[in-house]
Write a protein that binds this ligand. Sequence first.
Ligand code: NI
Length: 201
Amino acid sequence: MNKTEILKEVQTYIRQAFLEEGTGHDYFHIERVVINARKIIEKENADAFLVELAAWLHDLGDYKLNGGVDKSEELITAYLRSLNLEEDTIVKVNEIVSQVSFSKGNTPTSIEAKVVQDADRLDAIGAVGIARCFAYGGSVGSLLYNPEDQSKDSSSIQHFYDKLFKLKDLMNTTTAKKIADERHQYMECFVQEFYREVSSS
Ligand code: NI
C-alpha cells in the first residue's frame, strides 16, 4: 500500500470503530480534527503523512473511552503493525498521540505533535466545542450548571472556565491561534447569554 492507500484504510477502520460513539469523540470529531490538521499544515513544515496518521488515531485507546485506562499505545501499535508499517513510523505516531491530550499535560516536542494538538483543541472550542461540552457532560451525568454550590462545581458550564477558555492561549501554531480567537469570542458570548438567561428567571 502507498501512503494514500494506508490513510484511506485507517480512515475506514476509525469510521467503523467510532461511528456510534456518543460522548463527543465520535467519528466526525476525528474527521474534523484531520481536516483542521490539513488546514494547519499548509503553513507549517511538517510531515503530512505522520500528522494525518496521528490525527486519525489520536482518540484510539483514550482513557475516557476505555473505563479510565489508557490503551492508546497498545492499540495503535497492534493496528499499525497489522498494516505492515515500519516500526520507526509506529514509534513516531505513538509519540505524537501521547503528546496531544490536555489531561496528560504533555508538551509537544515535534511540529507534527503541535499540529495535531492544535487540530484537536480547535474542535473543543467554538460552536462545535459548546455542543461537544454538553454532550460529554450529559454522557457522564453532569449538570448543565450548578447555581447552589459553585465550589464543587463540575457542571458543563464550569468546564468552560476549567478548560475551554484556556485553550486559545495554548495554541502552538499561527493558523490555529487565528481560528481559536474567533471561536473563543463566540464561546464568551454564549456563556454571557447563558448566565443572563439563568439569572433573570
Ligand atoms: Ni480528540
